[in-house]
Design a protein around this ligand. Structure first.
Ligand SMILES: Cc1ncc(COP(=O)(O)O)c(C=O)c1O
Length: 410
């Protein structure tokens, strides 16, 4: 028997064989990968991981591939940066940036999930990959499809940022812009997936795809010397990343890689203009009310998050909170991260840092505790956010006199 037993319903525990399906036919709840942990425990250790490749594949024992990965060989193991200047600015002792602005190949954490989805699509024998995307997933699926020589169809809201569209089209997939928001794109893709037998990263391959997010937490813990941080702040769109932080922690505990009872509070960050999960947490509800998104953080603009209720449950169980940020606060946080740590994040990272700042100010995160902020995408993808927000370059003639005049004027 291999390390993967099959799929399992999150609600009823009903078991399914390993195949490209994502909901339980009895409960309609999502399916999750069911691992043979007893078998994995016999071989995994801190040493076996440390001897692995400098990529997310050092955790391959806890990822759902049967064979070797076909793409994303350099994905993951991004820097965890001790952010001393930022700590000073926020009045905290120990804050770290998990820097997925440099995740390869497409500069966001989505490469982690897509590395799994693409390899899984190949294992299942698909010749076409596809996705509904708020931008980063589109970039990543297109790049990985190019590497794996698969056909590729991408569905996005027609009004995405230029960086996200160009960063998709350059890999030459078929890109379809939909006149509508992500939730409408996603609904359409569900219908398309009933007709076209493609591997949709976040539909029929979703149980496998979602497992890639765990590697963010695995890396953070290893990079902190096998010590879980007191707090982790994660952005949420569909809510999958948040839930996988808790699964990753549980698995490391089960595998005896961290101490029993070691704890991390998981906090969730969303934009004011699209905060169904955070609103529910603030109202003390276990359900969320879908919203119509209106925010500059387009990559997080999912008003009806597929894993919303599980994200709420995860945050509550961990003792964490939720916080949201206005467009102005998002821009300020992007500038703060750039000016303190030299890291240029996309709007999603602005959301996460702005929420972190609020959680510290409200005392939900202690100033003496260890804090990890997940910065999940690169700022070059969302430069529109800074329209009219930054000083323009000084333009002068190529003469020393012109420069001297400029120096006198500024
Ligand atoms: C940069 C970035 N961060 C975070 C997320 C949230 O991921 P999830 O849908 O798993 O909540 C996304 C989703 O598209 C994203 O693009």
């Amino acid at each position: 028997m291999g390390k993967i037993l099959g799929l399992k319903c999150r609600e009823t525990g009903r078991k399914y064989e390993k195949k490209p399906i994502h909901v339980c036919e009895m409960s309609f709840a999502p399916l999750e990968v069911d691992y043979n942990y007893e078998k994995i425990k016999k071989t995994i250790s801190r040493k076996s991981i440390e001897n692995g490749p400098l990529s997310m594949w050092r955790y391959a024992d806890l990822l759902p591939l049967d064979g070797e990965p076909v793409t994303g060989l350099n994905t993951g193991f991004t820097p965890l940066i001790r952010a001393r200047n930022l700590a000073e600015a926020l009045g905290t002792k120990e804050i770290y940036i998990k820097d997925d602005t440099v995740c390869r190949p497409t500069l966001s954490f989505k490469d982690r999930v897509v590395s799994i989805a693409t390899s899984k699509a190949v294992e299942f024998g698909f010749d076409t990959v596809s996705c509904a995307s708020t931008g980063n997933l589109a970039n990543s699926v297109s790049a990985h499809a190019a590497i794996a020589k698969l056909d590729c169809f991408i569905f996005i809201p027609a009004d995405l940022e230029t960086g996200k569209v160009v960063g998709t089209s350059v890999y030459n997939p078929v890109v379809v812009g939909i006149n509508g928001n992500y939730d409408q794109v996603n609904r359409l893709c569900s219908e398309i997936s009933d007709v076209y037998k493609w591997a949709f990263a976040n539909i029929n391959i979703r149980p496998f795809y979602a497992e890639g997010s765990k590697t963010l937490y695995f890396e953070v813990v290893e990079q902190l010397g096998w010590q879980p941080p007191d707090h982790i702040i994660a952005p949420a769109a569909g809510g999958s990343l948040v839930t996988k932080m808790a699964k990753a922690r549980r698995e490391f505990e089960m595998m005896d890689l961290i101490e029993d009872g070691s704890h991390t509070k998981i906090h969730v960050a969303q934009a004011d203009g699209c905060a169904p999960i955070v609103n529910a947490l603030k109202e003390g509800s276990t359900f969320f009310k879908p919203v119509k998104p209106n925010t500059i953080a387009k990559s997080l603009a999912i008003g009806n998050p597929a894993d919303g209720i599980y994200a709420i449950e995860t945050v509550k169980e961990s003792g964490g909170y939720g916080e949201s940020a206005s467009d102005d606060e998002i821009i300020d946080a992007m500038k703060l991260l750039a000016s303190t740590e030299g890291i240029f994040t996309e709007t999603a990272g602005g959301v996460t840092l702005a929420a972190t700042k609020k959680l510290i100010e409200s005392g939900k995160i202690g100033r003496d505790e260890s804090i990890v902020v997940l910065i999940t995408g690169n700022g070059m993808k969302t430069i529109e956010a800074f329209n009219g927000q930054l000083n323009k370059p000084h333009v002068i003639d190529p003469r020393l006199r012109s420069f001297t005049q400029l120096m006198e004027a500024i």
